[in-house]
Design a protein around this ligand. Structure first.
Ligand SMILES: Nc1nc2c(ncn2[C@@H]2O[C@H](COP(=O)(O)OP(=O)(O)OP(=O)(O)O)[C@@H](O)[C@H]2O)c(=O)[nH]1
Ligand SMILES: [Mg+2]
Length: 251
């Protein structure tokens, strides 16, 4: 296939995104080894809108004028209908002041655990309002994921959102500032990008789709768990069901 088809292919792939499941805890996330491409950022940064734009569906991921709307990890399957090859994960936004403190802390923990330990996580799309640049909370998020980004375990793309609200000159300045900040994260292994993006004008859409597509393709499938043959005794193991302590609890 000629290389010039790559953007169209990636857009067509992104277009297949459909709702899969909602998780309020990590143990509700799917087992298996499909790569997850997580959308993170402040409330109102435009996470849900960018997923809608990728899917070319107006209301696939709920987008709202009310910050803090996305409260759970929403997963969207992407790829062939019967055999998805990745999930997009719409994570709850941070920095929404009026969310009750207890709920906020619970959510910070779920998000932090997800970003820190989830093995399926292949890449993080960090959405930052292009008019404001990295805020203190974005900086904390960056610091938090830096170890896994630096060693190449997860990839990072910063989307400077709502670029339609900027003049050309402001857009250039926003891009430059982000590039300067991200330069400090660069290592030989790190895969870090930055894009100007507008959900309303579809600016950067092709590049976003291509990046996600490439992440999906590059993600190593986890090694299957192999169980060595049991040679110790002929006694039958108890059947493994949900109530049995003998069962592993999976991932
Ligand atoms: N002008 C403009 N507005 C946008 C763009 N993307 C999103 N918005 C608006 O910004 C607001 C927030 O967008 P969402 O996509 O809901 O933001 P979110 O990051 O999912 O927010 P939470 O779910 O609260 O974390 C909505 O009113 C969107 O219409 C864009 O590219 N341009
Ligand atoms: Mg949202």
């Amino acid at each position: 296939m000629p290389h010039s088809d790559a953007p169209a292919q990636a857009l067509a792939w992104a277009h297949t995104a459909r709702f899969f499941t909602t998780a309020s805890q990590l143990n509700q996330l799917p087992a298996g080894d499909l790569p997850e491409l997580a959308f993170v950022g402040r409330s109102n940064a435009g996470k849900s809108s960018s997923i809608n734009t990728l899917a070319q569906r107006r209301q696939l991921a709920f987008a709202s004028k009310t910050p803090g709307r996305t409260q759970h990890i929403n997963l969207f399957a992407i790829g062939p209908k019967d055999a998805p090859d990745a999930y997009l994960a719409d994570l709850p936004g941070y920095g929404y002041a009026t969310v009750e403190r207890g709920a906020k802390l619970r959510w910070q923990k779920v998000m932090a655990d997800y970003l820190e330990v989830r093995r399926n996580l292949a890449g993080v799309v960090l959405l930052v309002d292009s008019r404001h640049g990295f805020t203190a909370l974005d900086e904390r998020l960056l610091d938090f994921i830096t170890p896994r980004v630096s060693n190449g375990e997860i990839k990072l793309l910063v989307l400077l959102t709502k670029a339609d609200k900027l003049t050309k000159r402001e857009a250039q300045a926003s891009m430059q500032a982000a590039q300067n900040r991200l330069a400090s994260l660069a290592t030989d292994e790190a895969d870090i990008g930055v894009l100007l993006f507008s959900a309303t004008q579809r600016t950067g859409l092709e590049d976003l789709a291509e990046t996600l597509h490439a992440w999906m393709q590059a993600h190593p499938r986890l090694a299957p768990v192999t169980v060595p043959p049991d040679t110790s005794s002929s006694a039958e193991e108890p059947a493994c069901d949900d109530a049995s302590d003998a069962c592993g609890d999976g991932d």
